[in-house]
Design a protein around this ligand. Structure first.
Ligand code: MG
Length: 393
């Protein structure tokens, strides 16, 4: 751990409970401090230069990448999360650089094909420790990125790593060392991690409405059942009765984001005033998250999520893509796990190394790492190259 302890921030720019360099628990491998950037700026910069970050451009959440160029990818999603999270961080006088680092890295461990891909890979890994995307994001920044001469991964600060690991099973947390401890002792992460987690929710609920409408999988009429949507719809209709459909949708979506962000900022300011945590440690020890939505907004959010689950995520066209995605992931896992010689040389070396460490589980983990790192289109190509006799290898 880096033991450097610069002077605490006294500029008044940050709230006393913000995460600043001076209170950071440091990096896993000791490094000299950056000379004109903060530690968290350096984290953010390393993430932007990571190969896994670039690959987010060709990974999807709900829609498969080649469905259309207008839909969100994980890259644009991550940028939207960073935008929303930075606004919230600034409003709460928290650390924007750390917030941005967490937001940009939060999805780097995702498999191709969104949740369908993750569920399929988790099923394949059932007997070998399972597959969790949050844990994989941490694994990418801690181990799998190979760039720096002096350490594996990106050697990010504890606080960025803590923010990336949003959820984790108790079993896996126990094996992670310090960054897993909060899942065992009921502590909270820093406020920047808390707010980025909710910014993620705001971003995907709002953009799934937007993408779902444009893909014509859901309609405005259907969405008007949902109170949070309907409130914004009525306002837009009242103000602009003649507006085109495209602009109506955008005016609603921007209001959806704004309503949720405003609620989150106001509720969090009240909670921070009430509990007045004097330090990052006080935030961690607080029995619950201090960044939160109001009860009413939580309820409205839940209603929107239920709607999306029922009408969008389970729409037959989405389900067809998910079912296809699952078959591709399962088939790739089966082929590579049973015969790693089908994998590229570099991936084979990793299989051999992990196999030596932990037998079949190690072999399965290396195969899962290889598959999880694929983009949607690469996974489809690999599937064809491995299974279709006519396809060139
Ligand atoms: Mg996300």
């Amino acid at each position: 751990m880096n033991t450097r302890r610069p002077e605490p921030d006294t500029s008044g720019r940050y709230a006393p409970c913000a995460t600043v360099d001076a209170v950071s628990r440091g990096r896993r491998y000791r490094e000299p401090p950056p000379s004109y950037r903060s530690e968290f700026q350096r984290d953010r910069d390393r993430i932007i230069h990571a190969a896994a970050f670039r690959r987010l451009e060709y990974k999807t959440q709900v829609f498969v990448n080649h469905e259309g160029d207008l839909f969100r990818t994980r890259l644009t999603h991550s940028i939207e999360v960073a935008q929303i999270a930075r606004s919230i961080a600034r409003a709460l006088a928290l650390n924007e650089d750390l917030t941005e680092a967490i937001a940009l890295a939060h999805d780097v461990g995702h498999t191709p094909f969104g949740h369908a891909g993750q569920d399929a890979l988790n099923a394949c890994m059932k007997n070998y420790g399972g597959f969790e995307h949050n844990l994989q994001s941490l694994r990418v920044v801690d181990e799998l990125e190979e760039k720096y001469a002096d350490f594996p991964g990106l050697n990010l600060t504890y606080e960025t790593r803590e923010g990336i690991l949003k959820h984790c099973s108790v079993k896996n947390a126990a094996e992670l060392g310090p960054v897993g401890e909060r899942f065992l002792n009921g502590q909270q992460p820093g406020l920047e991690a808390q707010l980025t987690n909710l910014a993620d929710e705001i971003a995907y609920n709002s953009h799934d409405v937007d993408d779902g409408l444009r893909a014509e999988l859901i309609t405005i009429e259907q969405l008007n059942e949902v109170r949070l949507f309907n409130e914004q719809y009525e306002e837009v209709k009242q103000l602009y009765p003649q507006l085109s459909q495209r602009r109506i949708i955008h005016e609603i979506v921007r209001r959806l984001i704004n309503r949720q962000v405003t609620d989150l900022v106001q509720t969090s300011i009240s909670r921070l005033e009430l509990h007045a945590p004097a330090s990052l440690e006080a935030v961690r020890r607080h029995p619950e998250a201090l960044v939160a939505f109001s009860d009413r907004m939580r309820e409205l959010n839940l209603e929107l999520k239920r709607f999306l689950r029922r009408h969008l995520y389970r729409h037959y066209r989405v389900h067809r893509m998910s079912a296809k995605a699952e078959r591709v992931i399962r088939a790739l896992f089966e082929a590579f796990f049973n015969d790693p010689r089908l994998m590229p040389d570099e991936a084979q070396l990793k299989v051999a190394a992990l196999r030596e460490q932990s037998g079949d589980s190690g072999q399965a983990r290396a195969v899962a790492d290889y598959i999880a790192g694929m983009t949607d289109r690469y996974a489809i190509k690999e599937h064809a190259r491995v299974y279709h006799p006519g396809e060139l290898t």
